[in-house]
Design a binder for this molecule. Sequence first.
Ligand code: GLU
Length: 417
Amino acid sequence: MSEQDETAIQRATRQLENAAEYVEIDDDILRRLEHPQRTHKFTMPFERDDGTVDVVEAYRVQHDDVRGPYKGGLRYSPHVTQEECAGLGMWMTFKCAVADVPFGGAKGGVRIDPRELSDAEHERLTRRLTKSLRRYIGTNFDIPAPDMGTNARTMSWMMDTYSVYEDETVRGIVTGKSPDVGGVRGREEAPGIGVSIIAQRALEHYGYDVNDVTAAVQGYGSVGANAARHLDDAGADIVAVSDAEGAVVDHDGLPTYEIKSYEEKPSAVTEYDAPTITNDELLKLDVDVLIPAAIGGVITSENADEIAADIVVEGANGPTTSDADEILHERGVTVVPDILANAGGVTASYFEWLRGRNRRKWPKEKVMDELALEMNGSWEDVVEEHESLDGASWRDACYVVALKRLAKAYSERGMWP
Ligand code: GLU
């Protein structure tokens, strides 16, 4: 298999198998975790604004629920495939276990380019998708959330459509919805802020003073922009940020608030300044911290030798291919993996889910305080494991933390035929 052909599920499985070398785990449990529990595929008609009808493919892959209901995003992207959803769903299982939130893992999406959708089409597609999904999700069974190409509005429409079919308002059916309909303030920023919190812990661990740190951030969507701004607030210089067109660079530090995020204004980065380098060149900048926060599979064996950053903090899901991961590990580049670094989103989702259950308000300060507490707690758990494992990567250490929790749940509950 060539590296280009490595699917997300193959990458996730390889990571799981690598980490399994470091921990004694029942073979049956390992085999269980190598496969998703349920895979739903839908072909859905949906009407375009001009009256024509498109037929699009959608998936929901429910990977594992031993620790709690399936949880994970729904993405609208032209790259959505069953294999991608399966890999992303598996990562959610491990992410929720590292973050120690009481959820399993799932992921889904629609194969469509969200940039080609008008607002009305986005709404129609979302309502159609909810109709297809509604028998397979549930507040205690599978709780979707936003991901690439979807946002709070998408989730509010999903909640509304589901509620109309149920004849009652079911706030807990999705997370990441607008705070006006039961979301929590800060959920939107939480994935990026979580990335920054973990980046700061990693920097401290390796003896850096954040005030002397330079960082490059690929992707200026919700994850990238909020990570950049939070790290900027902490004292770091954000020397490069990018959108799909390319990257802007300022070695004295960019004004991270002045540059709008993709959600605030899609072409803001390249409107702020003409891009001077490509996205691939951004990855090779000589900075202290590199945060790939755009799409998967950007650090490959083609560029891994030229990554000049000391620490890579994965904001996106699956930005590093398996071959690149090995190269970076051999070169001594620290890679803090996605399943730890970007767990801020699902952690804030957990607060929102609790809000849906007990109706208690979650002021933004409380969300932020609890988010920091949870992220720092996960970091401590992973550091402890990393120190006890000889020569393991941070990714291995995260998987070992997760695997131990998953294995305990399986042995406690039992696996019956
Ligand atoms: N889509 C986000 C992720 O990849 C959040 C999932 C959630 O909140 O359920 O982690």
